[in-house]
Every structure is written in structure tokens, then in C-alpha cells.
Design a protein around this ligand. Structure first.
Ligand SMILES: NC(=O)c1ccc[n+]([C@@H]2O[C@H](COP(=O)([O-])OP(=O)(O)OC[C@H]3O[C@@H](n4cnc5c(N)ncnc54)[C@H](OP(=O)(O)O)[C@@H]3O)[C@@H](O)[C@H]2O)c1
Length: 337
């Protein structure tokens, strides 16, 4: 088994008992990695809203300190106790406790249980996988859930809220490639061109999907992907067509939900909950396989900005402030030589 280096670089958030909160790059000891069968040289990670919360003192996401955040990671196996993930193989992981309750992708080394590891799907590099990341994974999960419930191309317009963000952008790309008519609700009018290139054919301003309304309004949407939560989900529910569903994954504007039961009992609508963190591993591996195939979010690379461990902080702050335009990927370590 190859020897691990004596130390590795990582972006660490810390709050010692009684001490101040801090975050920044520091050297870590591989002996402090959590238990697991698969040790990975992390080449790429991503920046997600949850990572921004994990990196803030008031984020209420980190479940212990010190913590290396990063809920996504992709790289090369450098030590393994599981023949299914041999040294030198390409691997990715997202979700479960990664980057929240145990060290995640913002370190040059990570260690995970093999039961959480996903063999890199054929056709994807580590960078491709992290350009997709948990955001693209959640978008694919949302589209698959809507289609499993009966949404078909040609059924009518499908609304994506928080459209300029990571989940929203990928959802537009996936839906449009599958032949759906996609409408984008965004607070950023200057993002229309990029979202049109991804496949959006109609736009709503944020104000049109925000605020109180009647319990039921004109039936409009054959389906919806909502990433915003409090501000927009009530609008989506009261404007879904009979029998339509919304896949709810996000709370970018808040977590509360003000609705009546009428969309459910008078229109048979469904609220489909999306939890990417706890998806069972066999389904997760299968969905990643589809992300390299029929659910590939084509075109999202144009909205990707690269950062490193040293230039990560502004990206974390921007996504927390709702300023995301596409995604950031994090170049963590050079590929194993
Ligand atoms: N359930 C899961 O498994 C899962 C997985 C991944 C992400 N998420 C959640 O999904 C949400 C989106 O994630 P993301 O990675 O796409 O984040 P993101 O890149 O920051 O995108 C969120 C988008 O929501 C919109 N937005 C932000 N603040 C808003 C506000 N106050 N009111 C209305 N719209 C607002 C903005 O888009 P516009 O300016 O275009 O409107 C923003 O770009 C987050 O809440 C995240 O925690 C959940």
C-alpha cells in the first residue's frame, strides 16, 4: 500500500471549546482522517449552499470541529481496504455525512466508507463530475422524480425556480435536453442569455413567483423544480396544473412553507421531497451513471468558475448571499503521479 504523505493541505473551519471561530487553509495530519475503507487523493470538489453554511459560524450545519467542509469530492484512490475500489481507480462521493459531520472534499486527502463511494462513471473525469456536483445530482434526481410520476415532454411548461443557481441551471439543461418546455424564474435578468443557451424558453421575474396569492390560481405548470423554498414554493403549488408535481429541494430564501391543502385535494398535485444526502448507495450509483448519459446536464461548463483552496472563501460567501451564477469547482490537488 502506498504511504500517505506526512501532512496534507485543507481548508478547515474550527471553533475550539470557548475559543473563536476561524476558517482557512492549514496543514492536516492524515492520522486525523475519519475511519473508512477508501482513501482518496481529492482532485476536485465543488461549492454548494450547504458548504457555505458549513463554513459559517451561524450556519448550523457543521456537526463538530475542526471540520474540513466539502460535500462533494472526486479523485483517485490512494489506499484501499476494498477490492471494489483498487488503488489508482477514479472515484467520487457526495452526501451522507461528508463535509458536515466528517471531513469532506476541501482537503487533498479524504477517507470515506466504501459503502459511500461511487466508481467514476465512464465518460466523466473528476472535474466533469464536480462540475455536475451535488447541484447537478439534485437536479437529475428532481427531473427523474417528476418523470417517474408521469411528466412527459409535450405535457406543458415546466418551471425551474432559483434558475441561475447550481441546481436550477442544471435542471434547465437536463429538462430541455429531454424535450421539455422549460421556464426559468430568476432574480437576475442579466442571466437570461445564459439560461436561454441552457434551454430555457420562457422567463419569470422573481417578483412574479414571490408573495401571497389566492389559494388556487390559473393552472400553468405541468411540473416544477423548486430550489428556493419559502418565497416561491407557495406560488408554485397554487399554479400547478391538475395532477402535476413539484420537486422541492431547496430553501435558498427560507424554510417555512405557507400554503393551503387545496393544490393537493382539489388538483391532486404532489410535493415531492428531494434529499440528495441520504439517497441509498445503489440508487446513487445508478443516478450518477445516468448523469453521464441520458441525464447529463450539457452546457453547464459555461457557467463554471474554478477556484482553489486558497481562493475558495469569496465563492462560499457569494453562494451564501444568493449571488450564484452557475457553479464553482474547487481544484484541490494535482492528480496522483
Ligand atoms: N435537498 C437536497 O438534497 C439539496 C441538494 C443541493 C442543494 N440543495 C438546496 O437547494 C438550494 C439551491 O442550491 P444551489 O446549489 O442551486 O444554490 P445556489 O447556486 O446558491 O442557487 C440558489 C438560487 O436561488 C435564488 N435565490 C437565492 N436567494 C433567494 C431569495 N432570497 N429569494 C428568491 N430566490 C433566491 C437565486 O437564483 P435566481 O437569482 O436565479 O433567482 C440563487 O442563485 C439551496 O437551498 C440548497 O441548500 C438541496
Amino acid at each position: 500500500m502506498p504511504e500517505l504523505p506526512a501532512s496534507f493541505r485543507a481548508f478547515v473551519v474550527d471553533k475550539p471549546a470557548g475559543g473563536p471561530f476561524s476558517r482557512g487553509v492549514r496543514e492536516m495530519d492524515p492520522r486525523d482522517l475519519p475511519p473508512g475503507e477508501v482513501t482518496v487523493r481529492v482532485e476536485w470538489s465543488g461549492v454548494n449552499f450547504k458548504d457555505a453554511l458549513a463554513a459559517r459560524e451561524d450556519g448550523r450545519v457543521a456537526r463538530g470541529y475542526p471540520l474540513i467542509p466539502g460535500i462533494d469530492l472526486a479523485g483517485t484512490v490512494v489506499a484501499s481496504e476494498d477490492d471494489a475500489f483498487p488503488v489508482g481507480s477514479a472515484v467520487l462521493a457526495n452526501g451522507y455525512d461528508i463535509g458536515v459531520a466528517r471531513h469532506g472534499g476541501y482537503g487533498e486527502l479524504a477517507r470515506i466508507p466504501s459503502a459511500w463511494a461511487v466508481p467514476m462513471p465512464a465518460g466523466l473525469t473528476a472535474k466533469d463530475a464536480m462540475e455536475i456536483g451535488t447541484a447537478g445530482f439534485t437536479a437529475a434526481m428532481s427531473v427523474a422524480a417528476l418523470e417517474d410520476r408521469g411528466l412527459e415532454p409535450g405535457a406543458g411548461p415546466v418551471l425551474v425556480t432559483g434558475a441561475s443557481g447550481g441546481v436550477g441551471s442544471a435542471a434547465i439543461a437536463i429538462l430541455s435536453a429531454r424535450g421539455h418546455e422549460v421556464w426559468a424564474a430568476t432574480g437576475k435578468a442579466d442571466e437570461h442569455d445564459r439560461l436561454r443557451d441552457l434551454g430555457a424558453s420562457g422567463f419569470l421575474a422573481r417578483e412574479e413567483v414571490t408573495g401571497p396569492g389566492r389559494p388556487l390560481e390559473r393552472e400553468r405548470w405541468a411540473g416544477a423544480v423548486d430550489t428556493v423554498g419559502a418565497a416561491t414554493l407557495p406560488y408554485v403549488l397554487r399554479t400547478l396544473r391538475i395532477g402535476a408535481a413539484v420537486a422541492s429541494s431547496g430553501n435558498a430564501s427560507g424554510a417555512e412553507l405557507a400554503t393551503t391543502v387545496f393544490p393537493f385535494i382539489l388538483r391532486g398535485c404532489a410535493l415531492l421531497g428531494m434529499d440528495s444526502a441520504n439517497m441509498a448507495i445503489e440508487r446513487r450509483r445508478a443516478l450518477w451513471g445516468r448523469l453521464a448519459g441520458d441525464l447529463l446536464p450539457r452546457g453547464i461548463a459555461d457557467g463554471i468558475t474554478e477556484v482553489t483552496l486558497d481562493t475558495l472563501e469569496p465563492a462560499l460567501d457569494a453562494i451564501h448571499a444568493g449571488l450564484a451564477r452557475g457553479r464553482w469547482v474547487v481544484r484541490v490537488a494535482a492528480p496522483a503521479g
